[in-house]
Design a protein around this ligand. Structure first.
Ligand code: DQA
Length: 146
């Protein structure tokens, strides 16, 4: 099984970005943790981050056929990007939406996700563990436990 982790804008700043909200782990720390977990489950993962909407759209498009799941922390583009929603639907990929924070407990504009209805499901609010839970969700969904 192959899983692509896609990370959107400003997630490259994790570790220094509002640590009281996002914690102290860097994106590289999270990638290491996810890699370790994936290894134990025989899952091949690729981890990618971009600050550019079009780059994320291209990555989603290109993932079709190559990956079983795309686990997507689209960050702020979650709340604005019809293009990302269309890419998920158009490419026909199994996407899982994840967020470190509980987006429903923050500013009102974070409660709306443009991509949620194109995704298999979503996980939010568990900090870096949201990445592990996203991977677990993909593994179980792949096995047919949905
Ligand atoms: C986020 C939540 C988004 O609202 C925000 O724009 C982010 C990070 C999260 O992981 O909690 O950049 O996706």
């Amino acid at each position: 099984m192959k899983v692509l982790f896609l990370n959107g804008p400003n997630l490259n700043l994790l570790g220094q970005r509002e640590p009281e909200i996002y914690g102290s782990m860097t994106l590289a720390d999270i990638e290491g943790m996810v890699c370790e977990h994936a290894g134990r489950h025989n899952v091949e993962i690729v981890f990618h981050q971009s600050n550019h909407e079009g780059e994320l759209v291209t990555q989603v498009q290109q993932s079709a056929g190559d990956y079983d799941y795309v686990i997507l922390n689209a960050a702020a583009y979650t709340h604005t990007s019809i293009a990302l929603k269309d890419a998920i639907t158009g490419a026909g990929v199994n996407a899982i939406e994840i967020h470190m924070t509980n987006v429903h407990a923050r500013e009102a504009y974070r409660r709306k996700s443009m991509i949620a209805h194109a995704c298999v499901g979503s996980i939010n609010g568990f900090g870096a563990t949201s990445y592990i839970l996203g991977l677990e969700a993909a593994i179980l969904h792949h096995k047919g436990n949905n």
